[in-house]
Design a protein around this ligand. Structure first.
Ligand code: ADP
Ligand code: MG
Length: 246
């Protein structure tokens, strides 16, 4: 049996900021339904790597192909990529002057051209999914951090993406709110959503990740199933990192 075409393929990807090389020869292949956790020290290139996947950053060497679409300078339909790849940031990034419902309807209208009534229905469906339908008419500032992050996840889901990228989604939250967000993420993972999660929540990695990727200084240093990754890390850099966070 041939393996299915990967949803995300990065081959020999480099990224520079001026003379500084933030990504060095990144090779990553993610198939539909896979759940990947990315960890590593601050500044190791985790955000840069996932931002290259939805073209918030342009890579400058190697190849990135998302569901058959190669990310190139003459990429005609950036919206096609943005429809496929949802993103959840550390800092929620909701529009403060819009209600929760309007936050969830906006991208559907702009990127998917979804009619208003349908966009509202989809928004309410996913607000129920993240268990806060009663917050629909409030403004972001009226919600707790954990609730705002659940709205951000619902907003990503509204686009019906093929994959969702999470960039440290619980790092900005007060400790008591971390679990409510992780629960939503675990729920999505169990439901078969393809996910790449930059996180240091190792309990999450153990319970849902198919693979854990460790980055350091712009490189993927090690990649393994969670059990192996935590019990028998190979590289000294991985061992040092794990000793600092566990
Ligand atoms: P991580 O998410 O692992 O903490 P980042 O991907 O944010 O790391 O950053 C990797 C490196 O690239 C860091 O040294 C950071 O300072 C640098 N970097 C990230 N974004 C930019 C930028 N827009 N301009 C210049 N340097 C950047
Ligand atoms: Mg980061």
């Amino acid at each position: 049996m041939t393996s299915p075409q990967p949803l995300i393929l990065m081959q020999n990807v480099d990224k520079h900021f001026g003379s500084f090389q933030a990504l060095k020869n990144i090779n990553l292949s993610v198939t539909k339904g896979e759940r990947i956790v990315v960890c590593g020290p601050s500044g190791s290139g985790k955000s840069t790597m996932i931002r290259c996947i939805n073209r918030l950053e342009k890579h400058d060497g190697g190849t990135i192909i998302i569901d058959g679409i190669e990310l190139t300078d003459d990429l005609k339909d950036l919206n096609a990529v943005r429809r496929e790849v949802g993103m959840v940031f550390q800092s929620f990034n909701l529009f403060p002057h819009m209600t929760i419902l309007n936050n969830l309807m906006l991208a559907q209208k702009l990127v998917r051209k979804t009619p208003k009534a349908e966009a509202r229905e989809v928004a309410m469906h996913y607000l129920e999914r993240v268990k806060i339908p009663e917050q629909a008419d409030k403004y972001p500032i009226q919600l707790s951090g954990g609730q705002q992050q659940r709205v951000a996840i619902a907003r990503a889901l509204c686009m019906k993406p093929e994959v969702i990228l999470f960039d440290e989604p619980t790092s900005a939250l007060d400790p008591e709110m971390i679990n409510e967000v992780l629960e939503v993420m675990v729920d999505l993972a169990r439901d078969g959503m393809t996910m790449i999660c930059v996180t240091h929540e190792m309990g999450f990695a153990r319970s849902v990740a198919d693979r854990v990727i460790f980055m350091d200084a712009g490189e993927i240093v090690e990649e393994a199933e969670p059990e192996t990754f935590f019990s028998t890390p190979k590289s000294d850099r991985t061992k040092l990192f794990l000793s600092q966070i566990l």
